[in-house]
Design a protein around this ligand. Structure first.
Ligand code: HEM
Length: 506
């Protein structure tokens, strides 16, 4: 008996040994420089995860501006020269840009792949995003958000200073208003039933707590850990999804085109049960909030900390409201700016852009569909193998001192020009196309990007209009970015910063 166990043990040990040996890749002629890392399977994952920017900068110094690293079983080719980003986009037909995104979404949110047999392909999901978040579809999103932000923000009738964490404030206001803008509400705006409104608020406050709990473990889920390991995050995810069941959504008024069309698309698939359909909406809730919340925090934080920015923004808001004949009143009549009026706010645009430049750490990923040769801007050609990943890490561009002078300093007017046109940025004397990429690039670029900028701009416009505000500690240090979320988008602050606000005297 012992001998049989011993032989089995030996066979397993030999298999593991060969599996580990075989998973070490040897660089073939024509391929980028390769680093397998020291740890089997994980490769360089731990070093990369600890500080991606530092990791990539040291590899770029060592290997040049394309190199391959083994990360959690995958071979990732990092392209770091921004002039070569266009070359990567041009090789689009060799990449499957959806594979990684949709597989990750299924894994994290627990929905099923759409049933292609019924005509609901990943491609039609992508088209749905473009049709329901861009162009004319933006108008109702923007006007509903304007109303919902004021509904949420003006609940407190504070004439005295009120203190709160700035991140907690942005989270509360943006989450509630954003949730109602996407998923509608169970009451009409002129509804006089106070209890119905309170019940709605309680539901969303509960959703905020569940969202925080689930979002906390998001990086671990993307890394491949099963959600069942995290009991409270698992039940938070299920609670969030339950609120988004079609039977619950049907009770709500003013649902966005995005969710209404997504519900219709879900109805065409037989492969998913009701909870799995609800989880496709949960994926959209996450996409619409997870980056917007910290981006709003950073924009308002830098605005409050920089008197010049506040002065310029205040003047701009005042002028735009005057031109649109909008008056701030405290008698329940909301101010309104449409999409085009919001587009005429270059100072706020520059503040938001600069805040996102400093806090964004997204990873743009494409999976090779086949073996092919990648030709870069510098005429270098590199062999890429099927199923390998080609990745861009825009933070390397955003914090490059050769592109952005004094890159770690907030300069509110960095993106402003005299004539209101887009500012040009250069590297080694050449004009850059890709210098600002918090929303990704090419076909995978965020479809909600215009809405995101509009909603942050709306929040800034409204707080400037309605409140006197100040940081409790005027020159408070900027809280460090939470690096554990690097790769996922806008990084959160590691701790909150106190501010106080009160309704303006009128
Ligand atoms: C500051 C706010 C936001 C940032 C920084 C941001 C950033 C991103 C990034 C980096 C991606 C992945 C792009 C890629 O892989 O190359 C993405 C995807 C996506 N975003 Fe956003 N986003 C924001 C707000 C929003 C909002 C408000 C919505 C919806 C209302 C939204 C909806 C989506 C969707 C649906 C996708 C997936 C698209 C697809 O897979 O086809 N995002 N976003």
């Amino acid at each position: 008996m012992l001998t049989v166990s011993f032989i089995w043990g030996l066979v397993v040990a030999i298999c593991c040994f060969f599996w580990l040996i075989l998973s070490i890749r040897r660089r073939q002629p024509g391929e980028p420089p390769l680093e397998n890392g020291l740890i089997p399977y994980l490769g360089c994952a731990l070093q990369f995860g600890a500080n991606p920017l530092e990791f990539l900068r040291t590899r770029e110094n060592k290997y040049g501006n394309i190199f391959t690293c083994k990360i959690a079983g995958q071979f990732v080719h990092f392209v770091t020269d921004p002039f070569s980003f266009s070359s990567v986009m041009r090789h689009g037909r060799h990449f499957d840009w959806q594979k990684f995104h949709y597989a990750t979404s299924e894994k994290v949110f627990g929905h099923k792949s759409l049933d292609a047999a019924h005509g609901s392909t990943d491609e039609s999901v992508h088209e749905l995003f473009m049709k329901t978040m861009q162009g004319d579809a933006l108008n109702p999103l923007v006007s509903n958000m304007m109303e919902n932000l004021q509904y949420t923000m003006l609940q407190v009738n504070e004439r005295d200073w009120r203190s709160e964490g700035l991140y907690a404030f942005c989270y509360r206001i943006m989450f509630e208003a954003g949730y109602m803008t996407l998923f509608g509400k169970e009451f009409a705006q002129d509804d006089k039933n106070f209890a119905r409104k309170e019940a709605q608020r309680a539901l969303i406050l509960n959703a905020i707590e569940n969202f925080k709990e689930f979002d906390k473990i998001f990086p671990a889920l993307v890394a491949g850990l099963p959600i069942h390991v995290f009991k409270s995050a698992y039940s938070a995810r299920e609670n969030l999804a339950r609120d988004l069941l079609h039977e619950n959504l049907r009770k709500r008024n003013n649902i966005s085109g995005l969710i209404a069309r997504r519900m219709l698309l879900n109805e065409t698939t037989t492969a998913s049960n009701d909870m799995e359909k609800a989880k496709t909406h949960l994926a959209l809730l996450w996409a619409s909030q997870a980056n917007t919340l910290p981006a709003t925090f950073w924009s308002l934080f830098y605005l409050l900390r920089c008197p010049d920015a506040m002065k310029a923004a205040g003047e701009e808001v005042h002028q735009v409201l005057e031109k649109a004949s909008q008056k701030v009143s405290f008698d329940g009549k909301y101010i309104f700016l449409n999409r085009h009026e919001l587009d005429e706010m270059p100072v706020l645009d520059s503040i938001i852009k600069e805040s996102m430049r400093l806090s964004s750490a997204s990873l743009n990923i494409r999976v090779a569909k086949e073996n092919f040769v990648l030709q870069l801007d510098n005429n270098g050609t590199y062999k890429i193998r099927k199923d390998d990943i080609v990745a861009l890490y825009p933070q390397m561009v955003h914090l490059n001192p050769e592109i952005y002078e004094d890159p770690n300093t907030f300069k509110y007017d960095r993106y402003l020009t005299e004539d209101g046109k887009e500012k040009n940025f250069f590297l080694k004397g050449r004009k850059l196309k890709y210098y600002y990429m918090p929303f990704g690039s090419g076909k995978t670029k965020c479809p909600g990007r215009q809405f995101a900028v509009h909603e942050i701009k709306q929040l800034l416009t409204l707080v400037i209009s309605y409140f006197d505000m100040e940081l409790v500690e005027k020159n408070v240090k900027s809280p460090p970015l939470d690096q554990s979320r690097a790769g996922l988008g806008i990084l959160q602050p590691t701790y909150d910063v106190d501010f106080r606000y009160k309704l303006k005297a009128h």
